[in-house]
Design a protein. Sequence first.
Length: 274
Amino acid sequence: MVARDYLHVADPVHKIKTIAIKDMARQTLNWPARMLFPPVCAGCRRHVSRPGVLCGACWPKLRLLEKPWCPVMGTPFTHDMGEGFLSAEAIADPPPFERARAAVVYSGVARQMVQGLKYQDRTDLAPWMARWMLRAGAELIGEADVVVPVPLHWRRFLRRQFNQSAELARAVSKLSGLPFSPAAVRRVKLTRQQVGLERHEREENVRAAFRVPPEAEIEISGRRVLVIDDVFTTGATVRAVAKALKKSGAGAVDVLTFARVLPGDFRADESATI
């Protein structure tokens, strides 16, 4: 009995020592990689203590989107307007999706991160950006059935070799445990780049640009689909995707992006979305 009791008391200590040894071994194995590829700030690329964090200079420049916000568009309010109060945007032009959310305002460091992911092949940023997206879109993720990225046209994909929206969607899927369906929507029209286009031009540019292939309808039929994109600018792209999904039987569509251009901040010559 004494020996059994001793072992029962000592066992937790043994486990702690084992965990500590394993952690030390893991750090030792990672040491060469950290020396060769030291972690850098996700914004300015200064050296930081661990991957995926912002340095002290960049963190204050990141504006997180917080409640209170429009329950449909996710547009932040300056103060609490009461339960169910909608933004002017949601009332004047109701979207084909149910809800939209974004993690940060598209400016400063957030703009650098988006452009780094999209134009500088910084796919290493996607998992860290996705973590902020999970925070902002917790209610959407909790009700979603499947994660779908905004697709690129195949010709543009061949030139770029990756789709930044798919990288974010893959990370959101992995972190949340939701199924990832990268082929649920296809871009069937080679659209112009949205950069430099005014609002009405963006809408016309993506009109009928997306389609759900017949073989993918079973994946979205009757289900709540979470559409992932890098930036919500005017919403023209995600509106077109939502319409295609609804037309093919999706039960509901929500939109989650990393960044959001706030109403009144849109400038056709500065926004960089698909």
